[in-house]
Write a protein that binds this ligand. Structure first.
Ligand SMILES: NC(=O)C1=CN([C@@H]2O[C@H](COP(=O)(O)OP(=O)(O)OC[C@H]3O[C@@H](n4cnc5c(N)ncnc54)[C@H](O)[C@@H]3O)[C@@H](O)[C@H]2O)[C@@H](O)CC1
Ligand SMILES: Nc1ncnc2c1ncn2[C@@H]1O[C@H](COP(=O)(O)OP(=O)(O)O)[C@@H](O)[C@H]1O
Ligand SMILES: [Mg+2]
Length: 287
């Protein structure tokens, strides 16, 4: 589709429903947990522990093979009780950098906070991530990068700012965030930028996309943390590409739309619960 505004023309493709069936594939018989990728979520300070739990839960429930969480030590019991499938390491443990090198996808930022410890964990992580790994940068990590003017040069990066975080990172005020302005700013960053709003936009190095689904029932804390976990789980299983990232964004909103038919608000935990069923229907080409 080509969208015409007063002073701009930008080619924006709408993500299509059929992409879901192309990306989400039946699991091969000859497989084991290692086949479906390793994810590490780094986030959740003492105040925002739930953010890391929601992100890790979404990664587990959409099928990532192994999920670890680096978080504030105070979150240990809650995480274990809520998500026994996940492994845990305190985010200030010196072993964290060694763990980072062993995973396929690192997702940093949900609930990380913006204090000195968070900034130090972020800058060490940015230095440690290898070229072959995918890196998702969300929430507090985006705010920190903007505040401290940190340079990110990792090509396999997926950024997930909401409009206020995008304002901090790009310098474009929310009211001025037109597709052209967003695309221009996104090309200055490595990787893919997902600008989240009621109609989320994706800017990859080669194309721009719009997510045609979504509902105000999603406007509740933790919904973006859930998207981070889905992106991580999708990339861990299906690789990093425009299609895979777009499919995760689409599926997140499509599941919420289904739930919103009978629910006034869709909580992240409700969406996460639906993931295994949705993935199965998608793999069987029933969505
Ligand atoms: N249960 C938890 O532990 C939660 C932790 N969270 C974490 O809390 C930290 C701070 O993130 P927040 O996003 O709350 O705070 P921010 O200060 O980064 O952004 C929130 C502000 O941005 C405004 N805004 C403007 N356009 C927006 C848009 N399109 N979408 C969302 N907000 C928009 C909101 O009205 C609000 O005033 C992050 O690390 C985040 O991951 C949040 O995910 C909420 C839930
Ligand atoms: N009114 C809406 N319509 C469609 N999607 C929405 C709406 N409000 C929020 N969302 C989606 O919910 C998510 C919110 O992300 P974010 O603000 O980062 O949440 P949090 O940080 O609380 O987890 C994004 O994917 C956004 O597109
Ligand atoms: Mg967020």
């Amino acid at each position: 589709m080509v969208r015409y505004n007063a002073d701009e023309v930008i080619a924006v493709k709408k993500i299509s429903a059929s992409l879901i069936n192309r990306v989400i594939q039946p699991r091969p018989q000859e497989s084991h947990k290692g086949t479906f990728g390793r994810v590490l979520v780094i986030g959740g300070n003492a105040q925002f522990g739930g953010a890391a739990i929601m992100a890790a839960s979404a990664a587990v429930y959409c099928g990532a093979g192994l999920v670890s969480v680096a978080t504030a030590p105070v979150n240990r019991s809650a995480l274990h009780a809520r998500l026994p499938e996940a492994m845990i390491i305190p985010y200030d443990d010196p072993q964290l950098m060694a763990l980072i090198r062993t995973v396929d996808v690192v997702a940093i930022g949900p609930g990380l906070g913006t204090d000195e410890l968070a900034a130090s964990i972020l800058s060490h992580t940015l230095k440690t991530v290898k070229d072959s790994q995918a890196l998702i940068i969300d929430g507090s990590a985006i705010t920190l990068i903007a505040e401290h003017q940190l340079t990110v040069s990792h090509a396999r990066t997926v950024w997930t700012p909401h409009q206020m975080e995008w304002q901090r990172l790009s310098g474009i005020a929310v009211r001025d965030q037109t597709p052209l302005a967003n695309q221009t700013a996104a090309t200055k960053l490595p990787g893919t930028v997902i600008v989240k709003s009621h109609r989320t936009e994706l800017f990859t190095p080669t194309a721009s996309y719009e997510n045609p689904v979504g509902t105000p029932a999603m406007a509740t804390g933790g919904m973006g943390d859930t998207l981070v976990g889905m992106l991580a789980g999708f990339i861990a299983q299906f690789g990093l590409s425009d299609d895979v990232v777009s499919a995760a964004v689409y599926a997140h909103s499509a599941i919420a739309e289904e739930l919103a038919k009978t629910n006034y608000v869709v909580l992240p935990s409700m969406l996460i619960q639906q993931l295994p069923n949705y993935m199965q229907r998608a793999a069987a080409a029933q969505v």
